[in-house]
Design a protein around this ligand. Sequence first.
Ligand SMILES: *Cc1c(COP(=O)(O)O)cnc(C)c1O
Length: 381
Amino acid sequence: MKWHTLAVHAGTEPDPLTGAVMTPVYFTSTYAQEAPGRHKGYEYSRTHNPTRTALEMALAQLESAKYALAFASGLAATDAVLRLLSPGDHVLVSRDLYGGTYRIMRRVFEPWGLQFDFVDTTNVAEVEAAFRPNTRLLWIETPSNPLLHISPIAALADLAHERNAKLVVDNTFATPYLQNPLEMGADIVVHSATKYLGGHSDVVMGAVMLNDEAAYTQLRFLQNAVGAVPGPMDCFLVLRGIKTLPLRMQKHSENAQKIAEFLATHPKVAKVYYPGLLTHPQYLLAKQQMRLPGGMVSFEVKVSSPEDMQPFWKALRIFTLAESLGGVESLINHPALMTHASIPEEERLALGITPGLLRLSVGIEDADDLIEDLRAALLQL
Ligand SMILES: *Cc1c(COP(=O)(O)O)cnc(C)c1O
């Protein structure tokens, strides 16, 4: 099945009971049993819910995975995957990383007994040198947040497997439409479905996709035992969002490319980070492993302190100053003060998350309007 067909039909069959074309929202916590233990496969909605089952089937198909599990948030999905490990295990992680992932690793799982090292995963030699005998997981984000670094998935999968470790890819920024890490050798894919999969900034959800049956069984156990599951309405919203994923990603990418090119020539802009620009250090790799460069653009404006940004924020009419990303509307974020504030300042600066760094989630509006909005705001600096 090709992409636009897959996105519309994945996981959704007309309802066998009524013929309803759209998956019904099963607002029920429990299910009648004919006799104790005799039921139609559903007992209690923490364990299973038909709307969630339909979504999980769709999510698996999108990543061409055998299995998918939906969680209450991207971080609940991350939590479940990290629980596959045992105290004393070591994890190598991309240095440029979603702030909440950094926080759960350092403040929840480090005290619990896992060890983490944050490395430049664009550089295979640096990753190789950081492996330890107890390294069980290599965790990457590509494109990364907020600097849009691209890490080589296939090479890192080979390296992890040589060392008896698994490769986890946080595929939130790319989405399954732009990149399928399992097909490149990754073992586990994690998504914040809050972002592009949902696509309309109206739901918080996470997902895990994988092919390994033993890991899947353990994750399914954790999903039920820990209980961070999404409700049926949220599952419906993400199912609906998925139907337009390829259309939206094409428009997000097209707009982002135009905006990145505009910013690259702007005198107030010191640097632009976008994998679709020839100046991006991993431009060729992005072309190789991604269908399109995606809808996220970061750039650095020439300011000496965050306070100098006030007139810029005031002038914006279309871009909304907000955390999160991946919705149809354009958002702008100030990583140092917002999404990445939980990373210590010294580490932030070393990463390149400077006071003038801005991150755009480019929406599906008209590119001309978006460029005009940024042009007018940049004039204030
Ligand atoms: C948002 C995000 C997460 C966390 O997902 P939530 O749904 O907010 O819990 C993880 N990784 C990336 C790359 C994200 O953007």
